[in-house]
Design a protein around this ligand. Sequence first.
Ligand SMILES: Cc1cc2nc3c(=O)[nH]c(=O)nc-3n(C[C@H](O)[C@H](O)[C@H](O)COP(=O)(O)OP(=O)(O)OC[C@H]3O[C@@H](n4cnc5c(N)ncnc54)[C@H](O)[C@@H]3O)c2cc1C
Length: 415
Amino acid sequence: MRIAIVGAGIVGAATAYELAADGHEVTVFEQRGAAAEEASFGSAGLLAPALLVPWATPGLGDGQKRRLWGGSAAPHLVRGAGSGGLAWRWRWSQAGRSPGVRALLAALEGLGRYSRMRTRELAGLFDVDPETSRGTLVLLRRPEDLEQLQPALQVLRDAGETLHEVDADTARLIEPGLSTDAPLAGALHAPDGEASNCRLFAQILRHAAQELGAQYVFGARVQALGKGSASLQVAGEAAPRPFDAVVLCAGLDSAALLRPQGLHLPMAAVHGYTISAPLREDTHAPQGSVIDPLHHITITRQGQRVRVSGGAELGHGGGVQHAPTLQTLYLALSGWFPGGALTSSHQVQVWRGARPTLPDGAPVIGNSGRSGLWINAGHGACGWAQACGSARALADLIAGRAPAVDLQPFGAQRF
Ligand SMILES: Cc1cc2nc3c(=O)[nH]c(=O)nc-3n(C[C@H](O)[C@H](O)[C@H](O)COP(=O)(O)OP(=O)(O)OC[C@H]3O[C@@H](n4cnc5c(N)ncnc54)[C@H](O)[C@@H]3O)c2cc1C
């Protein structure tokens, strides 16, 4: 088939690769000048366990007490959030109380697990190392912090994920750079956890797809999708381009492109930050990835850099970076791993990006219900952790094969 992909973030790049590998004639339309310039640019890079990525899900429970990510489980509103932001945040907090939420968590876990496997397979096939580090440690400042994670931990354990509860001394053996001064009651260790460089892998996928014959058209903004036929209109072109199928992987812009089709995805930009700093001293830096659940912060190793990530804001914020959030990130990095990174270096990169998020935290993957139009978007806080699995599963669906993961919970029709 002749298939068009809209968007060359990690999700579009993975989808293009899988469809090209299946022998389709693939063309990717990307408005920017390169792959992974939007949400996929500076992702924290946590690949697994996907369910433990901060802001992956709205949280579970019957009230404030049993929220997945502690008391402040909702993104905060900044300039530009408006009443739409407030309404969206309400939907987000309600989603954690819906009767189907545990089934959805299990489905997300399955997708994350499949995606980790597919990412590893592809890295092996391409013979590349996208700055991979193994092992994820969840840092528990107080013993009761574990209680707040129980819903996700239960789902992970039920699915067979290895999770060890370790004391503070053992945590410091796993991560020798961890400060001895920082308050640490213990930790949860996922030896099969993983982090790597999302942007780098998107570029690798792009090259791999091109080698299979896929075309990438950069600087091409798709301004409309065809109605009643698989086609798209690129800005500045006289006529729509016809295809046999179109796959929408436009991240945050997917909702606007779907609206004229009569599909209303309640997608929000949940902004967050990453700070990447050069390594100062290897033994003082994280060897794998760590999560600080109290502050919804991750610290990951990306080759010769250390990346700290956090923050969840609804609204454009006036284009201004939120100084207190950045300060918290710097403090977390130097507090947990003193001497691990050169935070005063001129090579420090501060990035604000938007997680394309739906109110239940899950993506939309599958047929749109419109002729020839498929969707792979709305991966929120987990786009990297879900990209390769969702791409393979969607490619199977398009080929008429049964995907290895159940995509039914990720239908657009749930909204
Ligand atoms: C601070 C932060 C930390 C994160 N940490 C993690 C993490 O640890 N683990 C994890 O799994 N995920 C993480 N994420 C989430 C992850 O980065 C996103 O879910 C993922 O990048 C989304 O990928 P995407 O391809 O759907 O979107 P994008 O990367 O935004 O790609 C969409 C592409 O579509 C293009 N496009 C849009 N509209 C058009 C159009 N009309 N025509 C042509 N092109 C178009 C855009 O230019 C863009 O390149 C994080 C995100 C943030 C902000």
